[in-house]
Design a protein around this ligand. Structure first.
Ligand code: ZN
Length: 309
């Protein structure tokens, strides 16, 4: 059996063109040795009669390659008519297209993995920079958050994060989620997003299961992820245990120069009072690690209910 154009037979194996080329490559010191030279020539063998070019009808002969004087493969000589050239070009384009599709598929898979690791729910995946509702009072905050996402590599290097504060419904969480979405969609970083309860509640679950291993695993994820986003800090009053875990995570990231982004309705002084056990320590770390953004403005959600301004 002869595989035309696309494949070659070598010692019973069907090989692609590149595999044959590889087998034909010889070390330089062997190149002059006559009995190892690769020869190629037209086959004059009735078992391989010429075939007409499907495009121009010219009779094409089989070509054989031999090595050590032995025939090791044959293929039809190629035609140089416009039809054949166009077909070759089409074939190349198809291959490139397939390659692009495959790359795209792999990219989507990686994005999907990053999303599932990030714990961003479906609702938060819609909160991107594109869907952010710009108002005069939040324009500056948007600029800072966008710059942060676009230049994350620089901020990551310095371990620098953001503390986004403001009243209800001014878009704090939206901006934090937009940063996460941007980093994931562009495959720039691993992200974990959640509030104190969802981030640390899993540990409590692991703890109740008396599985130290699982707790270590969860803590390790929170230490290692490129960007940890803690949404709505201070909304709930955590237990002493959760507060301590939260401090451990933030402090570990501080020591490793790993950034955090925090959103909260509360001023830092209020958080400090609210977190009775480690509030002071947590707040002082946040101050050292984060640039503050304060959004002062009206509540989007109320605006919408009242039909906007
Ligand atoms: Zn032809």
């Amino acid at each position: 059996m002869i595989i035309k154009k696309r494949g070659y037979i070598l010692m019973g194996e069907i090989l692609s063109i590149s595999e044959v080329m590889k087998k034909m490559q010889q070390p330089a010191h062997m190149k002059n040795s006559t009995n190892e030279e690769v020869e190629s020539g037209l086959v004059d063998d009735p078992r391989y009669p010429p075939e007409p070019c499907p495009h121009c009808g010219r009779l094409l002969k089989y070509k054989a390659y031999s090595i050590f004087g032995k025939l090791f493969g044959t293929h039809l000589e190629s035609c140089n008519c416009p039809g054949t050239i166009a077909e070759r070009e089409r074939f190349l384009q198809e291959q490139l297209e397939k390659q692009r599709e495959e790359e795209n598929r792999r990219r989507m898979e990686r994005i999907e993995r990053l999303f599932s690791q990030s714990r961003l729910g479906r609702r938060f995946r819609q909160r991107t920079f594109e869907t952010f509702e710009i108002r005069d009072y939040n324009k500056k905050a948007l600029e800072i958050a966008l710059d942060y996402a676009k230049n994350f590599d620089n901020y990551k290097e310095k371990g620098e994060g953001l503390y986004i504060t403001g009243g209800y419904g001014v878009g704090k969480t939206h901006l934090a989620a937009a940063i996460a979405n941007y980093l994931i969609q562009n495959l720039k970083a691993t992200v974990i997003f959640g509030n104190v309860t969802t981030l640390l509640g899993r540990i409590r679950y692991a703890y109740s299961d008396s599985s130290q291993y699982e707790e270590d695993q969860i803590m390790k994820e929170l230490y290692d992820v490129d960007l940890l986003i803690i949404d709505d800090l201070g909304k709930e009053k955590p237990t002493e245990w959760v507060e301590e875990k939260l401090y451990t995570v933030i402090n570990q990231r501080y020591e490793d120069y790993k950034p955090i982004v925090v959103t909260s309705n509360l001023e830092l002084e209020v958080i400090e009072q609210r977190l009775e056990n480690c509030g002071g320590a947590i707040v002082s770390r946040i101050i050292e690690m984060c640039r503050g953004i304060k959004i002062v403005g009206s509540d989007f959600r109320k605006e919408k209910l009242s039909g906007g301004k």
